[in-house]
Design a protein around this ligand. Structure first.
Ligand code: IMP
Length: 439
């Protein structure tokens, strides 16, 4: 009888080349720039949650690229982009995005793997969200994200695999319509027809057919084969359905918790968790933002909109709300998600400010909190504790060496590290790839 070895003993102790980049705030921390920098030697860049609500902007070679569903890492030739099972796909928009990239010289058609388990956002979902938002007032991106995930969990959603194989597709669509019929009738809106929903999907189905695969198998094999894999979170930890500022959140798990289910991989294969933190805090849409600055200082951080990188939403164009860096959010999320290193973005935006303030804790009823409040109401009652640090007049913009930063900027970075409890590995000092300090 041949000897049987333990199949797991070797793989479980081996170091992998798999890293996760995750936003630690309310999204827009500059993930695309980080993925672009960190993806230099990546073979695969994978997304695991969300959909076209994301807007990841990369500046390279004097050009601007905005990604919504395609993982931004495909900008680099030879990188394969993975769209995970935890994503919801707006297929017509995805096909447009792939075609537009091709027109601009980035042909990703043979470099994409789409999970057959990812759910489809349909015109019905976008119509539902438009009606619901007038009542809920969450300030969503109106990309049909919430209603699509609701149908997924109600176990009546449509998946990529079903579209491609056409198994019982019409029947599923009719069931979907029937379950939402009372909603449309109550709202006095026409009930969508099966044709309306299906035609745009069927038209694009052939385009993606060859890209559809089992991402769990693809990624696990690739990681064990030593490939360099970068996993890219969309949105941010404070928009997490469980750990974010509920109900003003996105219906997914944008942090480490979403990786296992969204990609079907053992989360222990993730060798390094890189947390994204912007030098100030922003949020787009409604909900609490304890360090928010109303007035001149907030406008100074937002910018006028004259620069591409000013704080206006890449997906919706809405002005982002701005405030000082919220260190308590940073502390809590570094602890929750086991962040190994930070990627600090937009430090150059603080150039020329006389003082920089940093929130290091929250107080409630005179006591410093250890746990992040779980309700929006409690958050209204907290008092952010600010530290005032000296600003810097000499710029950090475009600097590439930590040693060449003004002393006050260095101090700011070190204070961020202390509050977070982990080191800053990268500092972004401008919008382009090369405006980065690697420490
Ligand atoms: P939804 O994801 O469209 O359902 O929107 C829910 C909340 O998440 C809203 O406050 C949106 O503004 C916010 N949101 C969704 N996607 C992003 C993003 O990529 N960046 C920043 N905020 C986002």
């Amino acid at each position: 009888m041949p000897e049987l070895s333990n199949p797991n003993s070797e793989t479980m102790t081996k170091k992998t080349n798999c890293r996760l980049v995750v936003g630690l705030f309310w999204g827009d921390e500059g993930k695309a720039k980080a993925v672009d920098v960190l993806g230099e030697n990546a073979d695969i860049v994978a997304r695991y949650q969300g959909g076209a609500n994301a807007g990841h902007t990369v500046y390279t070679g004097g050009e601007k690229f905005v990604f919504h569903q395609v993982p931004s890492g495909v900008l680099r030739e030879d990188v394969t982009g993975v769209l995970g099972a935890g994503m919801v796909i707006d297929l017509p928009e995805l096909v447009d995005e792939i075609r537009e990239l091709k027109n601009r010289g980035i042909d990703a058609t043979s470099r994409l793997v789409i999970s057959s388990r990812a759910h489809l956002v349909t015109s019905l979902h976008k119509r539902i969200e438009k009606i619901q938002e007038t009542k809920l007032g969450i300030g969503t991106t109106l990309r049909g994200i919430g209603p699509t995930y609701s149908d997924k969990y109600a176990r009546r959603g449509l998946r990529i695999g079903q579209l491609v194989h056409k198994h019982g597709l019409e029947e599923s669509v009719r069931k979907l319509i029937d379950s939402h019929r009372p909603f449309f009738e109550f709202a006095g809106e026409p009930v969508p027809t099966a044709d309306e929903i299906l035609t745009p999907l069927l038209e694009k189905s052939a385009f993606i057919e060859d890209m559809v695969d089992d991402v769990s198998l693809f990624l696990t094999d690739s990681i064990h084969a030593g490939k360099s894999v970068l996993i890219e979170g969309a949105q941010g930890s404070m928009l997490d359905i469980d750990w974010g500022t509920y109900p003003f959140v996105t219906p997914t798990s944008p942090a480490l918790s979403g990786v296992a289910s969204g990609l079907g991989i053992d989360p222990r294969l993730v060798e390094e968790v890189i947390g994204l933190v912007k030098a100030f805090t922003t949020r787009v849409g409604n909900g609490p933002l304890p360090t928010e600055l109303i007035g001149e200082e907030g406008e100074r951080l937002r910018g006028t909109g004259e620069h591409e990188w000013d704080e206006f939403g890449a997906t919706t164009g809405r002005p982002r709300r701005c405030g000082w860096l919220d260190g308590f959010v940073l502390t809590c999320n570094c602890r929750r998600w086991g962040v190994d290193k930070l990627f600090l973005t937009k430090l150059d935006v603080l150039d020329g400010m006389e003082k920089a303030r940093l929130c290091s804790a929250y107080k409630k009823d005179g006591k410093v909190l250890r746990a992040y409040p779980s309700t929006a109401k409690e958050l209204e009652l907290v008092e952010p504790v600010f530290e005032e640090l000296e600003g810097w007049s000499e710029g950090v913009a475009r600097k590439t060496k930590f040693e060449s930063l003004p002393e006050n900027a260095k101090y700011y970075v070190k204070r961020v590290e202390q509050i977070a409890g982990c080191p800053v590995g990268w500092i972004s000092t401008g919008p382009n790839r090369e405006n980065t300090i690697v420490r």
